[in-house]
Design a protein around this ligand. Sequence first.
Ligand SMILES: [Zn+2]
Ligand SMILES: [Zn+2]
Length: 358
Amino acid sequence: MEAHQHSPDSSSEECTVLEAPPGKNACPQHSGKVADHYCSACECALCEDCVGDHVEHPKVPLSQALEQHRSSLQESLGTIQSRLPQISDALSFIKEILQQLTNQRASIEEDIQSSFEDLHKQLDVRKSVLLMELEVTYGLKQKVLQAQVDSLVRGEGDIMASSTQTEEALAGEACVASHQVERELQENLQELAGLGLPCQPEENDQLDLIMETDGLRKSIHNLGTIVTTSAVASQSEAMGAGLEQCIVGHPSSVTIVTRDKSGGACKSGNAILSAEVFTPDGSIVDGEIVDHKNGTYEFVYIVPKEGNFSLALRLYDQHIKGSPFKLTVSGAFEAEVEVSGECVASTVTVHFKQTSSL
Ligand SMILES: [Zn+2]
Ligand SMILES: [Zn+2]
């Protein structure tokens, strides 16, 4: 026990007035009296005047009580300080997750920006193509119809001019002098009568636009999804016969239920899960994780030989509750004897069906 450093306290003033200087061990109840005992029941220091009130109570010498308190305080200090490395580890781990989350956000933001820029570009290109197609189609049809208009206007003009000339000629007196002119007019009129004019439309006015945008709008409305879950490894658990008894060469199944920090079941899929079966040689047995998209997942695996193995189930790189699990893998023969001793294949099939239905 460490020696007390002398420091002035509230009792030191009274100490000068009263006979015995009580120092640091002054009785809290009786000024000037020195406490030399400690009541364990009342947890207080006692002077000789106090003792009468604590006759029935267990008492220890004050120095012993103080020493006990000190060592208990020291112990508590050790206990609490031993938590620090754990907190420090957790802190750096959670900071890492936070940093990763922040990085993910930045990268997704970039992806969204560039994806939408691409789509905008594609839309603009399509718009230009459509406008160009409209121009070309219109141009072709317009050219045909305009040519028809031009040729009809020309024909109309010619006919009107000849008609006027002929009417003027007809208005004059018929004589030899005019005969030659009239013969020319006659030829002219016959030529015009035989002239093929494009009186039937050689094009139509159809120029329509079909824009099927409903499906596209729907697609755009649902374009892109932010995928995540609130699942945490410390609350998520695994169940199923595949955790305990496996048969060599036959599929075993484990169901993983993902839960959030409060233990509530997650209802959506897409959590990042990994499963590894470690053989004693350290090799890894392959299996398949099926996402049921409802917060539960199934790990189906086949162990190729007998023995004791470990199954590690990790959610976001963290072991789930109880992971790694110890697996006992027995031979097909053992399992057969266990049930009926009949055909190996059928016995195993039954066993597997029970397993997978869990
Ligand atoms: Zn006292
Ligand atoms: Zn007492």
